[in-house]
Design a protein around this ligand. Sequence first.
Ligand SMILES: [Zn+2]
Length: 470
Amino acid sequence: MEDVIIGLEIHVQLNRLQSKMFCGCSTAYHNSPPNSHTCPVCLGLPGSLPVINRKAVEYGIKVGLALNCRIEEETLFYRKNYYYPDLPKGFQISQYDFPLATQGQIMILGDDGIERDIRINRAHMEEDPGRLVHAGTIDRAKYTMVDYNRCGMALLEIVTEPDLRSPKEARAFLDKLKSILEYLDVFDGSLEGAMRVDANISLKGGDRTEVKNISGFKGVEKALSYEITRQRNLKRRNIKVVQETRHFDEVRNITVSIRSKVEAHDYRYFPECDLAVMRIAPWVPAIREALPELPDAKRQRFVSQYGLTDDHAKSLTSEIKVANFYEFVAGQASPKLAAVWIADVLKGELNYRDRGIDAFRAEHMVEIVDLLEKGRITEDGAVAIIRELLDKGGSPQEIVKSKGLGKAEDETVRKAVKEAVAESAAAVADYKAGSERALNYIVGQVMKKTRGKADAGEVHRLVKEEVDRA
Ligand SMILES: [Zn+2]
């Protein structure tokens, strides 16, 4: 899709903070009644004054550094003036000149299979508006309700350069960004509305449209794909793409026009006179020092420290929780075997059930890898144990016993082989007459005697040995 040009603006809620951006209201509103986490400041009542949440600024700097940005010496807030029902003050406290962070980049895997940097134009701080709840779809709602619980939450707006070439690359970028934010422990992506995306999209040579407020990564991919098709169809019919803002309707899976850019807003930005300029340069060294190991660095370390393939290392480091889970297991059982069983099997079983790594105990994985390494269970047995643990619970040892998944002991197998060979004179004769396949019958007899607990390959070897010796 080399003619597609996509840039993203991502609103990230710094929802691991305890309180909102400019007041003391708690951020834990997600299961509360509407309008229960509010105060005069976040409701914009006359005479109320904002106070900067220092931790929020520190989190912003942390993210800026992790996105390889330049951090400004000084930064300040502006008033972005517009009227909308979810914004009770009539302006949003945001940033304009001298944003917190500029000129960064992060690496993604491009559609061509090559990793490359996507440039970040800037990251700035602002407060979240409230939330409008439409009765029905946005263009047809009879009425709309407003909930100010979200109003005043600390937001970081991250703006990319138009470096993305397909919906899939946009998705890859968002996955990487989410991964970094969770590594930094400033963000919980599982909460509703934690990350909202505006996408600018155009075909080379055409005007661009902006699709606003898409929630969910699947939504971004769908909205962009729809918009590309729509613009291509217009181009084919020689109709000019109108530069406008569109809304993604998740119910109908289409984008609809909400306003044309001709009436573009003039926000009349001016410095927020109730807040002082912050000199943040002196904070940076300590924050940089305390940055955790980030996904790319961890991936490289997993390759060199545990001897993993790059694919396994990438799969195991994309989520911080999975990376920690892996390192716990690798510390107590075979690191290579653990990588295979966590990246290739456990993650698949979790995905299939739409569950996260929290649904599985790392101690259980240690046991399973240990049993596999010692040859006590077969690979099929290990898969069965993982499924049983996820669906019904219990412990690996119990499941091995109750389901009879333990591999038969060597002596039992040898005894069964001897018996089966003695009882299968005809098959032995066929084999000696040149029929290699005759052995399969004897292997089948051994499997029956050991009730399937023996390893078929191993039994085949033992049977051949026994017959050859006879
Ligand atoms: Zn408040």
